[in-house]
Ligand binder design. Structure first.
Ligand code: HPA
Ligand code: ZN
Length: 336
């Protein structure tokens, strides 16, 4: 229907997808069986069956309600092959949706805290990335995400492993982000890690302005974030909005996520037109597609159905997505 074929063919970059957010209920049950892990069906009826779990995903009440399922779901990832298979599954889906470049998040703290070595996690996800580059021609970036619901010590431990691994210099892990519970923990809880990473020239992003007010965005920028994940509550601070437009900071917007997590009632309320009119750069992304009912093309189509953008406006969105990707100019030229 209306522009959907055009949107399918439009070369896309994805900047905001959590690999652990690509674990479908089917995959959770399959890996639980493969790895001999018991799902908590006794205490949570949602884990009674694949169908019950899928149905529960349609009724998240908040970010934290979703996160409880998200962190439970990733518990079944154990071996390098599990991580590699998960990443490969995502890249195949992204490729089918017309993604040419993907920057993907992963949450090593959670896996490390349940005894999976940092090296196993990165080796698996990185294997999936390399396969996507080789077999699908997708360029990839792996972004290590700190999670705000765990103590800062746990993030520091992962950060030290990351530095010691040489993965940044080797081009295996390309940047850092933060995510999970937004409202509650100190806004600047990763000040030490971000300040240090900035001196090392490591690209930084941060989830901010999803459930939290715009001061979360200001603090993220103060700590060195070059990009803001979500950022939809930016419209509540006109001065900050001007600054973000002027500095060309990219927002990685995730419309279907915002609806499922009740940040907005419907995609019409995601401030797509406000951002376009203010000259704010943004990309459209899937966040946790297995939990939110859609991969990237579903998000593009939902935005089109709600906001009726022109082909010219879509070209602006697509071009900004390429320009603000963390890739060399030669790769940008190929994508434009
Ligand atoms: N917000 C915060 N943390 C997350 C999200 C999100 O949308 N997805 C996965 N972790
Ligand atoms: Zn996210």
């Amino acid at each position: 229907s209306d522009l959907h074929d055009f949107l399918h063919g439009l070369p896309k970059c994805e900047h905001h997808v959590h690999l652990e957010g690509c674990m479908s209920p089917e995959l959770i049950f399959e890996l639980a069986q493969r790895n001999g892990i018991e799902l908590p069906a006794a205490t949570n009826p949602a884990y009674a069956s694949i169908a019950a779990l899928s149905a529960r995903y349609e009724h998240f009440t908040s970010l934290d309600d979703f996160l409880s399922f998200y962190f439970q779901g990733m518990d079944v990832l154990c071996n390098q092959a599990d991580f590699a298979d998960l990443a490969w599954w995502y890249f195949q889906k992204a490729h089918a949706d017309g993604v040419h470049h993907a920057e993907v998040f992963f949450d090593p703290q959670v896996h490390q805290d349940r005894g999976i070595p940092y090296e196993t996690i990165v080796a698996g996800f990185s294997e999936g990335c390399k396969r996507a580059e080789r077999e699908l021609g997708i360029s990839t970036r792996l972004i290590l995400c700190f999670v705000r619901h765990l103590p800062v010590d746990s993030a520091q431990k992962v950060y030290e492993r990351f530095l010691a691994s040489g993965h940044f210099e080797a081009g295996v892990v390309h940047g850092l982000g933060w995510s999970s519970t937004e409202v509650g923990p100190p806004k600047d809880m990763y000040r030490a890690q971000y300040t240090d990473a900035k001196t090392k020239g490591i690209p930084l992003t941060a989830h901010a302005g999803e459930e939290g007010d715009p001061s979360h965005i200001s603090v993220a920028l103060e700590l060195g974030a070059q990009r803001i994940d979500h950022g939809i509550r930016l419209i509540e601070d006109p001065e900050l909005m001007k600054r973000i437009a002027k500095e060309g900071i990219l927002l990685t917007v995730c419309p279907l996520s915002n609806v499922r997590l009740r940040c907005v009632k419907k995609v019409e309320e995601v401030p797509i037109r406000r951002f376009l009119e203010a000259g704010i750069k943004f990309s459209i992304n899937s966040d946790d597609p297995a939990y939110f009912g859609g991969y990237i093309l579903d998000n593009y189509c939902a935005v089109q159905d709600a906001h009726k953008l022109s082909v010219l406006e879509w070209r602006i969105i697509a071009e900004n997505s390429v320009q603000e990707s963390w890739i060399p100019n030669e790769r940008k030229a190929e994508l434009l």
